[in-house]
Design a protein around this ligand. Structure first.
Ligand code: NAD
Length: 434
């Protein structure tokens, strides 16, 4: 019989609890909703509904470890709003996951889907775990345990998860498989970000970076910036950063600064973005690539002179103190939440054209939606078709935000909230929710 090793006793009231600080992301979301609701003169009932998730599921997951013991994990699935369609949003595996992080990310998915005008709401999931300490078999059992717990609350017309931090196409494949076992039929569209062999879409890998490139290109047209020779600085050279860099280089931008977890560098002569992408794929980090140039202190990296700045790594990078020194013509937020709210007015005043995260990085969820459509039809598009539809969605969303910013004379992030929140509020109103 397997030896039972119980974890240190768990305080259930403390599992995944967030701090009440001003930087608590869920409090930030609520403040952003309040600001937009006031400008839109939103009905108080609709406003209150938008401030909270409609549903939250907290799950406890027993997982048999390779040594025969059982470990108990905790997880969540938050469904923020489904007025415009089934919830959509990733599943994160992270040791410091909190319910408030997941709530905030679920709300941001609601706005993101509304902004690119796809018929979906917002959701997000998370499991408190450190995947680096789990074997592949243990990861598989954890993924399947999660689906056994939430499997009756998700589905093509309810809530559609996807990969996020520390989860990937393989984990999605195990989840789809477990869902099929539970229900007795295949429903590939229940989860997106799957391997191509299991109903994944072509064009998903570069979709977020491609969306960054499209929105930068449109912004450059609006402000009269010629991208040929424009200096670009990219923080984070993973999926989003590296694809954004190579696609923008193809439009003529010159990569003059790049950073990842291994350090930060600047090279005014330009760094070959494609060659660096190959190097990063092989070595997992950019350190050691010939031609990176001079090292830069990471805390000053975002202040490098450039026309296009792409933060594509972490949240809370641009704040009140460093915002006055960050002066690109275009700030393209590939990452989620790189700018704290207090920095927005400073960037606006300094004439920085900000492409807010839930516009700039919406290419990923847009192609995830295309994946759902293809699964539903059981008919698969070629890459050209995926690119054409993505182009149309991103350009239309960009124009809606630009126009709203002009109309209300506000910064682009608030404009994006105004577009998204008014669409979600209208769906709730016609459904008779308030
Ligand atoms: P990734 O794991 O592929 O890459 C992350 C990159 O950030 C790596 O190059 C890593 O070295 C770098 N990094 C980590 N710590 C750093 C530090 N302290 N300083 C500088 N660089 C650091 O992740 P990704 O998928 O590219 O996601 C990046 C961001 O984009 C995240 O905020 C994510 O939520 C957001 N995002 C991703 C997608 C997507 O489709 N992948 C979609 C929307 C938003």
């Amino acid at each position: 019989m397997a030896k039972h090793s119980y974890p240190e006793s768990v305080d259930f009231h403390a599992v995944g609890v967030s701090s009440d600080s001003e930087q608590n992301p869920f409090r930030i979301v609520q403040r952003q909703v309040d600001e937009a609701a006031a400008l839109l003169h939103l009905d108080p009932g609709l406003h209150e509904l938008l401030r909270w998730p409609l549903r939250e599921i907290h799950v406890t997951l027993p997982v048999r470890m390779d040594d025969g013991s059982t470990r108990v994990f905790h997880g969540f699935r938050v469904q923020h709003n489904d007025a415009r369609g089934p919830c959509k949003g990733g599943i994160r595996f992270h040791p410091e996951e909190t319910i408030d992080d997941v709530r905030a990310l679920a709300a941001w998915m609601t706005w993101k889907c509304a902004l690119v005008d796809i018929p979906l709401g917002g959701g997000k999931g998370g499991i408190i775990c450190d995947p680096r300490n789990l074997s592949q078999r243990e990861l598989e059992r954890l993924a399947r345990a999660y689906i056994r717990q939430i499997g009756h609350h998700i589905g093509l017309v309810k809530d559609v998860p996807a990969p996020d931090v520390n989860t990937n196409a393989q984990i999605m494949a195990w989840m789809v498989d477990e869902f099929a076992f539970m229900h007795g039929y295949n429903e590939f569209g229940v989860i997106t970000g799957k391997p191509i062999a299991l109903g994944g879409s072509l064009g998903r890998e570069d979709a977020t970076g491609r969306g960054v490139m499209i929105t930068v290109r449109e912004a450059a047209k609006k402000i009269g910036l010629d991208l040929k020779g424009a200096r670009m600085v990219v923080q984070g050279y993973g999926n989003v950063g590296s694809w954004a860099a190579v696609l923008l280089q193809d439009l003529g931008c010159k990569l003059v600064g790049v950073a990842d977890e291994s350090g930060a560098w600047s090279n005014p002569n330009g760094i070959d973005a494609w060659a660096l992408k190959e190097y990063a794929k092989e070595h997992r980090i950019i350190k050691g690539f010939p031609g990176l140039g001079e090292p830069v202190p990471p805390e000053r990296f975002l202040e490098l002179p450039c026309e296009v700045l792409v933060p594509a790594a972490l949240h809370n990078q641009i704040f009140k103190e460093n915002a006055p020194r960050i002066r690109p013509r275009i700030l393209a937020e590939g990452a989620n939440g790189p700018t704290v709210p207090e920095a927005d007015p400073i960037l606006f005043q300094n004439g920085v054209y900000v492409l807010p995260d839930f516009l700039c990085n919406a290419g990923g969820v847009t192609v995830s939606y295309f994946e759902m459509v293809q699964n539903a039809y059981n008919f698969y598009w070629d890459l050209k078709t995926v690119h054409e539809h993505l182009e149309q969605k991103m350009v239309t969303a960009f124009e809606a935000v630009h126009e709203m910013a002009q109309k209300y004379k506000v910064h682009n992030r608030l404009a994006a909230y105004l577009v998204a929140i008014s669409r979600v509020a209208e769906a709730m109103r016609v459904r008779g929710w308030a």
